[in-house]
Design a binder for this molecule. Sequence first.
Ligand SMILES: Nc1ncnc2c1ncn2[C@@H]1O[C@H](COP(=O)(O)OP(=O)(O)OP(=O)(O)O)[C@@H](O)[C@H]1O
Ligand code: SF4
Ligand SMILES: [Mg+2]
Length: 335
Amino acid sequence: MSTAPLVRTTPLLSAEALKVTFPGRRGAATARAVDGVDLDIRPGEIVALVGESGCGKTTLARSLLGLVAPTAGRVTFAGAPLDYAGRALKAYRKRVQLVLQDPSGSLNPRHTVYDAVAEGLRIHGYAGDERAAVSEGLSRAGLRPPERFFLRYPHELSGGQRQRVVIAGALVLEPELIVADEPVASLDASVRGEILALLLRLRDELGLSALVVTHDLGLAWNIADRVAVMYLGRIVETGPVEQLLTAPQHPYTQALLSVLPEAEGAPVVLTGEPPDPSKVPSGCRFHVRCQVLASGEAERAGVAEACRTVDLPVLNGGAMTQVACHWAAACGAKA
Ligand SMILES: Nc1ncnc2c1ncn2[C@@H]1O[C@H](COP(=O)(O)OP(=O)(O)OP(=O)(O)O)[C@@H](O)[C@H]1O
Ligand code: SF4
Ligand SMILES: [Mg+2]
């Protein structure tokens, strides 16, 4: 678990009532991939965005980066709304860098490590000493001595080294925030730990903020200051990592945690269809799969009708623990 204190300052990056929809093909309903999200990332904070496949993590991350324009709501950076005009967006993309899941896919096989890392500098018309900047980026990403890697090609590197090259390419632009989409999903367990340690070191040494997108709650435990759990386009629970992972309140978070290898008790097997953003259920969007509703616990707490019919408010995205669940609200500390 990360040890940095929660930073209570103006958020660096915020989503406010953010929605992203995609038109359905051949008359199918619109897919509500991101369906009302408030989320703050503060300076020096690492936030893990977790949730199962298709819940909208990548779409949310892309809209925070200005790669996809929101259908509604807005993104603000350092208090100012994101400007989608060409030059402003280019300047923004220097300050907020994307690190993708598959290092092989992110690197051009015909480019040397030097060219891969220098690419961003060239795009942004860097006027300083390019060689020195590339060296520093590689060193910060743990590829030392950097000159040894300059002329290598991606296929001559290990998976972990390739991911470090991708991170070096992001760092070289001296961003304030990194959005890392499943940054270690394609790596071996041993290398995974090294890359996570690198992200933590960058947070501590450079004050770098990060949004780390993952479907792995175990990874969130190791790296995040704060966790946001996403289900079918919404954040359903958010809070400081220790609180959220040791005392989860939302049945969905409880189910995700119950299947971790270190979990005590029986795993919760979610019933019902996998979530489909073109068919968001009425009431609580999780109600068709919720184990608490299925077991009669919600009925006993007097909230079953609300579970089926009353949508929950969008969580405000701030630092405190919040949960979008009628049962958790009714049961309080018991939940
Ligand atoms: N360009 C697109 N056009 C239409 N639908 C899309 C598009 N991009 C994403 N979607 C849909 O939006 C939903 C959310 O997708 P997204 O990629 O954001 O999920 P995710 O949480 O990142 O999943 P994973 O863990 O598998 O990467 C999915 O149902 C997906 O099919
Ligand atoms: S609101 Fe009801 S259906 Fe939704 S997660 Fe809570 S208990 Fe389950
Ligand atoms: Mg994704």
